[in-house]
Design a protein around this ligand. Structure first.
Ligand SMILES: [Zn+2]
Ligand SMILES: [Zn+2]
Length: 461
């Protein structure tokens, strides 16, 4: 006992405490979720894979704040986009400023690129971003109001190689997580060739009372942004969209060559893709290449529009946004990027029952009998941990039976047991958890004894 404590009589202080009334429980918000420890192994796997691939391909990690100016998203995503109109979490703060919880990553990353003068760095600037985004969506399976995205952005590169590289990375990401996907790809052209296309599209929708068959949202979109009619989620609109003129037939020469190059690289890399003429992505800032990643089961049958659930199942998507940096107040800068929804990826991994290595598993367990032994193994624990062993313990438990149960749960091969007798003899027991055989070894030679059985771990400092 530390010197400054004096021995005290046993007294229970709270004998006379008044009984507290049970408080009303406050649950989590609708559309949000807790990530519990059992689930975290999936997160570790996915985040590790994202970080590994990003590093290999030269993307460097960065973060942006959750809170940004509302205007950032109003300007970048377009006032007619679903994200801005229906789904953004926004509020006026105590100073009267209009604030938004980021509904996507790209506008914040572009703001940061401009704000920190990253155009002065060697171009392109390749950025890896991973974090939560917020959308006031209707909650449903695999969709949350706070969810996480993995983004890669390549800012400052106009070459179609950059588009192909991003698509290849998304493909490898899923393949290495053992998820089969197919890339849906399209080109939405540039502002100049899109203009001609929009006229064609407009004429198409005005033909023979087609307009009347559209859903109410699409009737409005026809006035503001007819391109968005193509990716309406209503079945009747999808069927009409499938008949519509295709944008790839209207591309200008530069856009056409760019798109052909992207596809050639994908062919060369053997990456499966599907030319999808109704894919436009719901944001105003895209130009040229747009793509989505669909699970293979969601592959659309040839000659048919995609069903709504298939579109909803997209695991991620992205494209080129050559005009955005300038539009947000920077210099003219070509760029492209993608975002992948982590929760949806995890849902897929669970659906497919893909086995996951449990990182919580240990090599060794330390058990004690009695308080003097407990103090000794608390010191031994640190020594072994510093030597690089994955050691597990249950210091708070008193009974050996309880400790051995915990040892079994952690999946260790050996348990070291220290009791009063071993302390006196200067020894410790090594128990093989599978056979139950116990050996007595010299306490001082413990590290060597463990290394003999488990091999030497890579030493940590
Ligand atoms: Zn063009
Ligand atoms: Zn519609």
């Amino acid at each position: 006992m530390p010197k400054f404590f004096k021995k005290k009589e046993n007294k229970t202080a709270d004998d006379k405490a008044p009984k507290a009334r049970r408080m009303r429980f406050i649950s989590r918000l609708r559309g949000t979720k807790d990530i519990l420890p059992d689930e975290y192994k999936y997160w570790n796997l996915v985040i590790k894979k994202a970080a590994e691939l990003s590093r290999s391909y030269g993307f460097r990690r960065m973060d942006t704040p959750v809170l940004e100016n509302l205007e950032l998203y109003e300007r970048s995503s377009g006032r007619s986009s679903d994200i801005v109109v229906k789904e953004m979490f926004s509020f006026v703060d105590k100073n009267g400023e209009k604030i938004a919880l980021r509904p996507e990553a790209t506008p914040g990353i572009v703001r940061s690129y401009i704000e920190h003068g990253m155009f002065n760095l060697p171009q392109p600037v390749k950025l890896f971003w991973l974090g939560p985004v917020f959308r006031h969506d209707k909650p449903q399976a695999g969709r949350f109001r706070q969810f996480n995205q993995f983004n890669l952005e390549n800012i400052g590169e106009a070459s179609p190689v950059a588009d192909a590289e991003l698509i290849a990375i998304t493909y490898y990401f899923f393949r290495e997580l053992q998820l089969e996907v197919i890339i849906q790809i399209n080109s939405v052209g540039c502002p100049s060739c899109r203009k001609d296309y929009l006229t064609k599209l407009d004429n198409f929708y005005k033909e023979r009372g087609r307009r009347a068959k559209l859903c109410n949202d699409c009737k409005k979109r026809l006035m503001k942004n007819p391109l968005r009619l193509l990716d309406c989620k209503e079945k009747k609109c999808q069927e009409i969209a499938f008949e519509a003129p295709q944008i790839v037939d209207s591309l200008c020469e530069d856009c056409r060559n760019h798109f052909i190059k992207v596809l050639e690289y994908l062919d060369e890399l053997n990456i499966p893709y599907n030319l999808n003429s109704t894919l436009v992505r719901g944001l105003d800032y895209y130009n040229r290449t747009v793509f989505e990643i669909w699970p293979v089961s969601a592959e659309i049958p040839a000659g048919k529009p995609a069903d709504e659930p298939l579109r909803q199942n997209a695991l991620g998507g992205g494209g080129r946004y050559d005009g955005l940096v300038e539009y947000m107040g920077g210099r003219p800068t070509p760029a492209c990027g993608f975002g992948i929804g982590i929760e949806r990826v995890i849902l897929k991994i669970k659906e497919k029952n893909i086995p996951i290595k449990d990182e919580e598993k240990g090599d060794l367990f330390l058990a004690h009998l009695g308080d003097p032994a407990r103090r000794k193994i608390m010191i031994l624990f640190e020594e072994l941990r510093k030597n690089g062993f994955k050691v597990r313990q249950a210091f708070t438990k008193d009974s050996l039976k309880g400790q051995l149960e915990t040892a079994n749960q952690t999946g260790v091969k050996y348990t070291l047991i220290l009791g009063q007798k071993e302390i006196m003899d200067g020894t410790i027991l090594i128990r093989d958890m599978e056979s139950g055989i116990q050996e007595i070894v010299d306490y001082k030679k413990i590290v060597a004894e463990i290394e003999k059985r488990l091999g030497s771990p890579s030493k940590k400092t």
